[in-house]
Design a protein around this ligand. Structure first.
Ligand code: SAM
Length: 272
């Protein structure tokens, strides 16, 4: 693993966290819900992890803690981990403001064993997590290390095929961002304008992303000793999707095809 990639991504996340806690961010309505005593958790995730009351729960890549604090509100003894100092500072401040009792740790998840030595009933991670991780085999071993025997691991993230089936985004230099489906050791370097939650903001930050196929994700977890209970794919109808049309014999051009259902999200539940 390359420390420079982590350092660049950490800088980006420190900057993005500052953006995401502003009142015009897409996160603002989630923050408002949390402050109003509600949950930021998706119904799918609440159903998948069932009753967490009284259970210890580790939330990996928790950003500034909205979902961690929601799990605490569901009764879990929640611990959030993220490597962005700014995210953890914001999460701790929200925890205090809302009088909740979640614990937050600032650490790269690959270095977590140096600062955390306990096991959990539940491990949760979701929504934009795997593309930041270079090595899924190591990640899955970390998950297995922190899961109590009989405990439950749950992941929900963007489906890896999604990046290929939707038209590529342009980066800040105007270059299309081409993601492959299969994992390559070298990350994709992207100059991000704004952030996914505040695309209109005129900041530019470098990001390094790694792609992981669905097979790689499942195999990493199984090889680390976890037993899969389900792998769900959620087909959502999106506005447009690529298809190829033969415009002349032997010549194919991309056409936009409307209302094609493709998997955009997947979830996995596993035990150990
Ligand atoms: C898209 S966010 C997750 C969003 C979160 N699910 C939410 O709903 O707010 C990804 C998070 O992963 C964190 N991250 C990226 N690489 C990491 C690493 N190696 N170790 C720990 N955290 C990491 C980032 O700091 C960021 O907060």
């Amino acid at each position: 693993m390359n420390d420079t990639h982590f350092q660049v991504n950490r800088d980006l996340w420190n900057n993005w966290t500052t953006l995401h806690t502003k009142s015009n961010s897409e996160h603002a309505h989630l923050l408002a819900r949390l402050r109003a005593g509600q949950t930021t958790l998706d119904e799918i995730d609440l159903r998948a992890l069932e009753d967490v009351s009284g259970k210890s729960l580790l939330h990996l890549q928790c950003h500034f803690g909205l979902d961690t604090l929601s799990w605490a509100r569901e009764g879990a003894v929640a611990t959030g981990v993220d490597f962005s100092e700014e995210a953890i500072t914001q999460a701790r401040s929200l925890n205090k403001e809302l009088n909740l009792s979640a614990n937050f740790i600032c650490s790269n998840i690959y270095e977590l064993p140096a600062v955390l030595d306990e096991q959990f009933d539940r491990i949760f991670t979701s929504a934009g997590v795997l593309p930041w991780l270079p090595d899924l085999s190591q990640w899955a071993k970390i998950v297995a290390r922190y899961l109590k025997p009989g405990g439950t691991f749950y992941l929900r993230d963007s489906h890896p095929i999604r990046h290929i089936l939707v038209p590529p985004r342009l980066d800040a230099t105007g270059k299309p961002i081409e993601h492959g489906y299969f994992h390559r050791a070298e990350p994709t370097k992207v100059e991000e304008r704004g952030s996914y939650a505040m695309p209109e903001v005129d900041t530019v930050h470098t990001a390094y992303y790694w792609t992981h196929s669905l097979g790689e994700i499942v195999t990493a977890l199984c090889s680390a000793g976890l037993r899969l209970e389900f792998l769900h794919e959620f087909p959502k109808v999106i506005d447009s999707c690529y298809s190829y049309e033969e415009t002349r014999p032997g010549r194919y051009e991309l056409r936009l095809q409307h209302n094609v259902a493709i998997p955009r999200t997947f979830s996995i539940r596993a035990t150990c």
